[in-house]
Ligand binder design. Structure first.
Ligand code: NAD
Length: 296
């Protein structure tokens, strides 16, 4: 069934997600602060709106894809007053769990309904509509959002109540960040022991060291031809985004008194590395930092 959907935030992720909704037959009204983003989305069939308030005015569902929790809460101040009562707000940005819960509360207090639904899969996943969505919020809101999420992704998981989607996202990415460092350190250790990358890969990929960081996003060139290491670490999943997600996980761990020793260390290492490379390098490029620092 066709719906009227507002998409706010038409950046790397939001633009292709809005395009997927258009392709699935929905009427999509889009808004972004950057005029070029609006023009690009218009070429994909999105109806450009001059303001966020205008975009949400007659929407049944509002999808937000913004950089941080501050952006989401700031935007909600405006749009919750402009939307029709009962509108479903689906925030797909990766933000702090506490901010996600605040966003839910504000939406409900304003007579709206809300779901957090961050994604995994990156820009390529958004373009191919193969994202994984992890949702947090009431069952009815999840059921209503599901067809829209399925138009933008391949897998949709209901993780629990408000904030549960964000919780799943940062826990997953903490596993990923820590495991990428572990895999990178193992390759550098192997190098110092005279072990070839291929030999370590052939063993670890079918032994107990097996993980996604090794078999899908292998940090050294050769064993996995599609991994960013084979194209000089062009992203992929940018180092700066991994640093952001690990920072969110570390903050949540501290707030909850969780002794996530490796998570804290991974957040520090990625923060330092991302300061240098920003969004220009895939997060697997941290192997070069580990190798360079090993000579010290
Ligand atoms: P981006 O910076 O490319 O896009 C964000 C867009 O939001 C920008 O175009 C910006 O102009 C717009 N924006 C900011 N404030 C606004 C406002 N008040 N009103 C309207 N537009 C506004 O970021 P992105 O890469 O698309 O990421 C978006 C979110 O998705 C982030 O939370 C990120 O962590 C998450 N994410 C990104 C990836 C990825 O690979 N890029 C993967 C998974 C999750």
């Amino acid at each position: 069934m066709s719906r009227t959907v507002a998409v706010i935030g038409l950046g790397h992720m939001g633009a292709p997600m809005a395009a997927s909704l258009v392709k699935a037959g929905h009427r999509v009204r889009g808004h972004d602060l950057v005029p070029e983003a609006l023009d690009g989305a218009a070429r994909a069939g999105v109806e450009p709106a001059a303001s966020a308030a205008e975009a949400v005015a007659d929407a049944e569902t509002v999808v937000t894809m913004l950089p941080t929790g501050g952006h989401v809460l700031g935007l909600y101040d405006t749009v919750l007053a402009a939307a029709r009562p009962g509108t479903l707000f689906v925030d797909c940005s990766t933000i702090d769990v506490a901010d996600a819960r605040t966003a839910h509360e504000r939406a409900v207090a304003a007579g709206m309904r809300a779901l957090d639904a961050p994604v995994s899969g990156g820009v390529a996943g958004a373009e191919a509509a193969t994202l994984t969505f992890m949702a947090g919020g009431p069952e009815a809101e999840f059921a209503e959002a599901r067809p829209l999420l399925e138009a933008m992704g391949r897998k949709v998981v209901h993780c629990g109540g408000p904030g549960a989607g964000q919780a799943a996202k940062i826990c997953n990415n903490m596993i990923l960040g820590v495991s990428m460092i572990a895999v990178s350190e193992a390759f550098v250790l192997g190098e110092s022991l005279g072990l070839s990358h291929q030999a370590l890969y052939d063993v670890a990929s079918t032994a107990s060291g097996q993980c996604w960081a090794l078999t899908a996003n292998c940090p050294v060139p050769g064993p996995v031809p599609a991994s960013p290491a084979n194209r000089d670490y062009r992203p992929g999943f940018a180092a700066a985004l991994m640093a952001k997600d690990l920072g969110l996980a570390a903050d949540a761990a501290r707030a909850g008194g969780v002794r996530a020793e490796l998570g804290f260390r991974a957040a520090d290492l990625y923060a330092t590395y991302a300061e240098r490379v920003g969004t220009g390098e895939d997060f697997s490029g941290i192997v070069r930092t580990i190798r360079d620092r090993s000579g010290d």
